[in-house]
Design a protein around this ligand. Structure first.
Ligand code: FAD
Length: 407
């Protein structure tokens, strides 16, 4: 039986960032990361791949290159959690014991929940920026579409990066506008939600963007089926079911807690790890923590949130290992850079309860107005913040706040 002081499950944004932050604080810490994938993606870049701004190569690196040298990498998946015995069952048939478990498995993209979708993804004009292999197809469709109807969908919350469905739509419209084809293309946004964006401060600027591109917005309209060869999508709303024909369909898949988490006693009723939203410590298992999309905290599920969560989990995790109480708090920060056109972004930054948490003074970047500087930040600065700071334990603008001060 293998045993480690710290076992981290998942080597995505959260898993690698928290390992790096732990090692910054305690370089000789005994850590294992359980992660089966050979590659690691900068998922916030998928939107820019779908708009022809980034090449796919810019958002993918080998897992080996981001894995901190001091950790043991177990190249297998977690097959089950047994927190009563401090044990994780592994996909390779083994098991690993821990003193502290950190769950960072992300969330599950449930393309199969929509009837007919999986069979037609990547063909017949059906795409999704939520998958690395499909984002280039989005850009191909955008370039090829001359006229007819383009549908963009958003499922019920929670989803990672709640702005990503609209980002795909606005960047596509921006390209059609540039190419002089926007008048011939009819874009429609179908969202299962009842508002354009969950934080009211950003809605007026989004409404102006919708008007500019002539987008037909259908709120409370949820995609339930796709017929790829027939180029038809079916939506359900309170007034019944409606079929819409399309030439291009960009789908944001419904999202759930990972199955291995949802099937375990770590999960709450919704399938996410049940943690205290401030300390990120499990509510029932004191030596278990979670961060990123796997947790049930009510923040915007973003890499920006992970940047702030990792130092909190590192600090509190070490306190737990030392037999002390957690001292640091996460304030719910998340960020969604809404790409309203090629060259401008609405930099939505907010915490728990929708409280605005701007990083920059308003005179530099006013998050409620489209900003060129925010575009430069997203395109040229944030990728290096991710690869070179966050994944290396440099906690840029992410110093954890003591529990008392955070609220
Ligand atoms: P992930 O990064 O998804 O990593 C989870 C890891 O866990 C994966 O490596 C996976 O292989 C592993 N794993 C899963 N199950 C198991 C298992 N059983 N055993 C072992 N390992 C397992 N964020 C922003 O901040 N800004 C943006 O503009 C933005 N835009 C986005 C646009 C799109 C299209 C998408 C898809 C995401 C976007 N995000 C954005 C969200 C951001 O990428 C995620 O919130 C972030 O990656 C979450 O990190 P994570 O570690 O929780 O999950």
């Amino acid at each position: 039986m293998i045993s480690r002081d710290v076992v981290i499950v998942g080597g995505g944004a959260g898993g690698i960032a928290v390992a790096a932050s732990l090692l910054r604080r305690r370089p000789d810490l005994d850590i294992a990361i359980v992660e089966p994938r050979e590659t690691h993606d900068y998922q916030p870049g998928y939107t820019l791949v779908g708009a022809g701004i980034f090449t796919p190569g810019k958002v993918r690196r080998t897992m080996a290159s981001v894995m901190p040298k001091a950790v043991s990498w177990l190249k297998t998946s977690a097959a089950g959690f047994d927190p009563d015995n401090n044990r994780v069952q592994l996909g390779n048939g083994g098991a690993i014991d821990y003193r502290l478990l950190i769950v960072a498995t992300g969330n599950r993209l449930d393309f199969d929940a929509i009837d007919g979708l999986t069979a037609t993804l990547g063909r017949n004009g059906v795409t999704s920026n939520y998958r690395y292999d499909l984002a280039p197809y989005t850009w191909k469709l955008v370039q090829g579409l001359q006229d007819d109807r383009a549908l963009f969908t958003q499922p019920p919350m929670p989803i990672k990066c709640a702005g990503a469905p609209q980002k795909a739509m606005y960047l596509s419209c921006s390209e059609w506008e540039r190419a002089g084809r926007l008048g011939a293309i009819k874009a429609e946004f179908h969202s299962a939600g009842e508002v354009l964006f969950g934080v009211p401060a950003y809605v007026p600027a989004l409404e102006r963007t919708v008007e500019r591109y002539g987008i037909d917005v259908h709120l409370g309209s949820n995609l339930i089926a796709v017929d790829g060869p027939g180029k038809t999508a079916v939506f359900k709303s309170t007034s019944g079911e409606e079929s819409r024909s399309f030439e291009m369909l960009h789908v944001t898949p419904p999202q759930k807690g990972c199955k291995v988490v949802a099937d375990s006693t770590l999960a709450d009723g919704s399938g996410y790890v049940e943690v205290d939203p401030s300390t990120l410590r499990h509510k029932r298992y004191p030596n278990v923590m979670a961060l990123g999309d796997a947790g049930n905290m009510p923040n915007a599920k973003t890499a920006a949130a992970v940047r702030k969560q990792a130092p909190v989990v590192a600090d509190n995790g070490l306190a737990i290992l030392d037999g002390k109480e957690p001292r640091m708090a996460y304030d719910g920060y998340g960020s969604c850079p809404l790409t309203v056109e090629k060259g401008k972004i609405l930099l939505a930054e907010f915490g728990y309860g929708g409280a605005l948490q701007p990083t920059f003074p308003t005179w530099l970047i006013d998050g409620t107005r489209p900003s060129r500087l925010a575009w430069v930040l997203k395109k040229d600065v944030l990728p290096s913040v991710y690869w070179d700071a966050m994944l290396k334990g440099h906690e840029w603008l992410a110093a954890p706040k003591p529990l008392r001060a955070a609220g």
